[in-house]
Design a protein around this ligand. Structure first.
Ligand SMILES: O=C(O)[C@H](O)COP(=O)(O)O
Length: 252
């Protein structure tokens, strides 16, 4: 049996404000930093340790990993940062309040944008300063890797090749892997590990800052998974993620 530990970054400032975030590089909120430290404590209490860590190009995930590493006295671990582990790109929705967007366009439309498997939110317009080509961290990406918007299917298409090419071999070498990423890049991976259908994945939500342990069989698919800490708390937090797209959550 193999194992990998997944952690969605702690609460970010835009999670707190209930804004679509995507590739916007926002920091952790103070609560999110506390979530990261709590996750480290849960990992230590579970007797888990690591040989290599993976994260995205976005500071909310990187900082979560750093806080976990520091609290576990594992700052010396190798860390691989990869753009393809970034959150799904939310296109022109980035920066909008999810509740207000639901009030304006309807909860069903926001649900489709957030959870529809092959549904792409409206794209960033050409010339928008937020386009990846204006960000030096993506300067080496080919045009195809510079999304204007992404569906979950698009996110799967960039996460899975990296998972199979780079992470699976490390796990098969019995390296203990910690992957700190984002709600939807992790949903993309979980869809693969669990063999979740395009329809059923719409109901899966991943809470911030709670370690999710996956046990994998010889085929590198899930034979079991569990959140560290209180299972009911994790389920409640996941339901809260789902509710972020309701009009009643509008902040103003
Ligand atoms: O990018 C974001 O807005 C969040 O991190 C994920 O948002 P979602 O749960 O609405 O997809």
């Amino acid at each position: 049996m193999f194992r990998i530990v997944l952690v969605r970054h702690g609460q970010s400032t835009w999670n707190k404000e209930n804004k679509f975030t995507g590739w916007t590089d926002v920091p952790l909120s103070p609560a999110g930093e506390k979530e990261a430290l709590r996750a480290a404590g849960q990992l230590l209490a579970a007797g888990l340790d690591f040989d290599i860590c993976y994260t995205s190009f976005l500071k909310r995930a990187i900082k979560t990993l750093w806080l976990i590493q520091e609290a576990m006295d594992r700052m010396w671990l190798p860390v691989v940062k990869q753009w393809c582990l970034n959150e799904r790109h939310y296109g022109a929705l980035q920066g909008l309040d999810k509740g207000q967007t639901a009030a304006q366009y309807g909860e069903e439309q926001v649900f489709q944008w957030r959870r529809g498997y092959a549904v792409r939110p409206p794209a960033l317009p050409e010339g928008d300063p937020r386009l990846p080509e204006h960000d030096p961290r993506y300067s080496r990406l080919q045009q195809a890797g510079r999304p204007r918007t992404e569906s979950l299917a698009d996110t799967v298409a960039r996460v899975l090749p990296y998972w199979n090419r780079e992470i699976v071999p490390r796990i098969q070498e019995n390296r203990r892997v910690l992957l700190v990423a984002h709600g939807n890049s992790l949903r993309a991976l979980v869809k693969h590990l669990e063999g979740v259908s395009d329809e059923a994945i719409t109901g899966l939500n991943i809470p911030t800052g709670i370690p999710l342990v996956y046990e994998l069989g010889p085929d590198m698919k899930a034979i079991g998974s569990y959140y560290l800490g209180d299972a009911e708390e994790a389920a409640t937090a996941a339901a809260e993620v789902q509710d972020q797209g309701t009009a009643s959550r509008s902040f103003g």
